[in-house]
Design a protein around this ligand. Sequence first.
Ligand code: AKB
Length: 318
Amino acid sequence: MERILVIGCSGQIGSELTLALRKVHGNENVFATDIKQPPKDILESGPFNTLDVMDYNNLLHFAVRFKITQVYNLAAVLSGNAEKIPQQAWEINMRALMNTLELARDSDVKKLFWPSSIAVFGPTTPRYNTPQLTVMEPNTVYGISKLAGERWGEYYQKRYDVDFRSLRYPGLISYKTEAGGGTTDYAVEIYYEAIRNNRYNCFLREDTALPMMFMDDAIKATIQLMEADAGKLSLRSSYNVGGMSFTPKEVAAAIRKHQPDFEITYEPDFRQAIADSWPASIDDSVARKDWGLSDAFNLESMTSLMLNEIRTKLSNKK
Ligand code: AKB
């Protein structure tokens, strides 16, 4: 029986992944932790503890006390926020990873999941259908930390036999918990603003294509990777995950199918340069071949679900 530690359960991924893991492994076996208060359904469905991944002694103590066997480490400063506090973002992103890698050496933790990102690519990377193995010269603090993290993960796997597994997530889109500080966040905000005000002022240009994935597909892929036979994994750095690819103009058009008078304006800020350095679409054939990655949502199906769910959520709050 696995005993799972989720670090960062209150964030965009953690708030959904924790519940999905509880369904698979049992509520009492998934230990949700964060430095922030989690959503109510996490608090009510199983154990929650305040835990700071930056404090190694506490982390080790926690893992030993609760006999943790797997860790999902989701703590990170995202791309937009990281550019505002470069040194601090590097320190947080790397220390959080190194502490969980060391934890896997010092305790009974056998498997570690850590999210990488399309941010590992840079302006010299082929932009369309970006291959798994290619030129990688990221020019953002977040991207540099994710690329360094992938290298460390693979190193610990080869040198210390830590079962490190990772996905290069594209922009993740969900209605439950809003993301914070990323470049792809516009694709979540646009749906909230469509419901709240029927208009949105986008911080990226209308033709900025980026890879994106609906959260349900991302959660499914994460659990699938963690459950895959180790022998099937040809990579121990991080797998490309593509999802779909669209521009702000295309999302606006998809929203207009439901709200014909929805308005969008464009006022690109510093995040435009980050988006311009990232791939427009991703080749994820290695993940499909190795462990059966598949995704169900496209822009149309995701748009109707996002609008419906956000409408219900916001009207319940009134
Ligand atoms: C961000 O925009 O920083 C993240 C990412 C693509 O990793 N959503």
